[in-house]
Design a protein around this ligand. Structure first.
Ligand SMILES: C[S@@+](CC[C@H](N)C(=O)[O-])C[C@H]1O[C@@H](n2cnc3c(N)ncnc32)[C@H](O)[C@@H]1O
Length: 261
C-alpha cells in the first residue's frame, strides 16, 4: 500500500503506538510488517484491530520467515518458532542427499519444507493430527497426511525422523504468554503431566520407522534431557547429542538408532 517514504513512516509510527498501548512487546517490528504487507487502508485497520485483540501477527499476515524462507501459516496452525530453526538444520545435516525423512507433528510444514529445500533429491513426508495443519503444510508444498505420528508410514524406510511435538508440561502451560494460550491450539502445546507424553510415542515410532543408523532429531525443553535420554536408550538409540540456545535453554536432542547401517 505504502511505498517507502515519509507517509509510510508516519503510518508505522501510528500503528506502533497503538500496538504498544495494546501491550505488544515488539510493537515497532510488528507495525513495520503490518504496514508493509497490508494491501490497502481498510485491511490495515482490520489487521491492527485483530493484533490489538492479541491474535498472532503471523496469522494476520499469513506467513512467517523460517530459515530465510516465507512459510504460509493459516489461522489455527501453530506458528513455527525461530528456536526450531537449529533443529531443522541439524535434521537436514544428517539427511543423505537421496535419503528419506519423516516430519511428525509437521504443523505448517516449516521443517519439512526446509529439508526439501536443503536436500532437493530426498523424499520428505509429514504427518499431523490436525487437518488444518495438513492443509497448510500441503499449501507449503509438503507431502503431508492426517495421521497420528508415525501411523501409516513404512517401517525401516527412513534415514531421518524429526519432530517438534507438544512438549510443555500441562502444569506449566499457564506460564506461556497469554496470547499463545488464548490463540494457539492446545493440542500443539500440551505434552501431558511431564511434557513427554507425545515424545515417548515419537521415540518408539521413530525406532520403527528408521533404518539402523538413522537419526531422530526432536525438540525438548526445560529439564527433559535426563528423561529423554532414558527413553532414547530404552528404544535402542545411542549417543544422544543435546543442544542449548544462547540463553542456556535446552532446545533439542539428536540420536542415532543403533544397529548396522
Ligand atoms: C508444537 S507444534 C509444531 C509444528 C511444527 N513442527 C513447527 O515446528 O512449526 C506441534 C504439532 O503437533 C501436532 N500433533 C499433536 N499431537 C499429534 C499426534 N499425535 N500426531 C501428529 N501430530 C500431532 C499438532 O497438531 C501441532 O501441529
Amino acid at each position: 500500500m505504502f511505498s517507502p517514504g515519509a507517509e509510510r513512516q508516519i503510518a508505522e509510527r501510528q500503528v506502533a503506538e497503538r500496538l504498544a498501548r495494546a501491550g505488544c512487546i515488539a510493537a515497532e517490528e510488528e507495525a513495520a510488517v503490518l504496514v508493509g504487507e497490508a494491501p490497502d487502508g481498510a485491511t490495515l485497520e482490520t489487521w491492527v484491530t485483530r493484533r490489538e485483540r492479541g491474535e498472532p501477527p503471523v496469522w494476520i499476515v499469513g506467513w512467517v520467515e523460517f530459515l530465510g524462507r516465507r512459510v504460509r501459516v493459516d489461522p489455527g496452525v501453530y506458528v513455527p518458532r525461530a528456536q526450531s530453526e537449529e533443529l531443522a538444520e541439524r535434521a537436514a545435516g544428517v539427511l543423505p542427499e537421496r535419503g528419506r525423512a519423516a516430519d511428525l507433528c509437521t504443523g505448517s510444514g516449516a521443517l519439512a519444507a526446509h529439508l526439501m529445500s536443503a536436500r532437493p533429491a530426498a523424499t520428505v513426508v509429514a504427518t499431523d493430527v490436525d487437518p488444518r495443519a495438513v492443509r497448510c503444510a500441503r499449501a507449503n508444498g509438503v507431502t503431508a497426511a492426517v495421521a497420528d505420528l508415525d501411523a501409516g508410514l513404512r517401517s525401516g524406510a527412513f534415514d531421518v525422523v524429526c519432530a517438534v511435538t507438544p512438549y510443555v508440561p500441562s502444569p506449566e502451560l499457564h506460564l506461556l504468554p497469554a496470547d499463545v494460550l488464548r490463540y494457539e491450539p492446545r493440542h500443539a502445546l500440551d505434552g501431558g503431566r511431564d511434557g513427554l507424553d507425545v515424545i515417548r510415542r515419537v521415540v518408539v515410532g521413530a525406532a520403527r520407522l528408521l533404518r539402523p543408523g538413522g537419526w531422530l532429531v526432536t525438540e525438548i525443553g526445560g529439564d527433559q534431557d535426563g528423561p529423554a535420554g532414558e527413553l532414547l536408550a530404552a528404544a535402542g538409540f545411542g549417543g544422544p547429542t543435546f543442544w542449548w540456545d544462547g540463553d542456556g535453554d535446552l532446545r533439542g536432542v539428536a540420536a542415532r538408532l543403533e544397529g548396522r547401517s
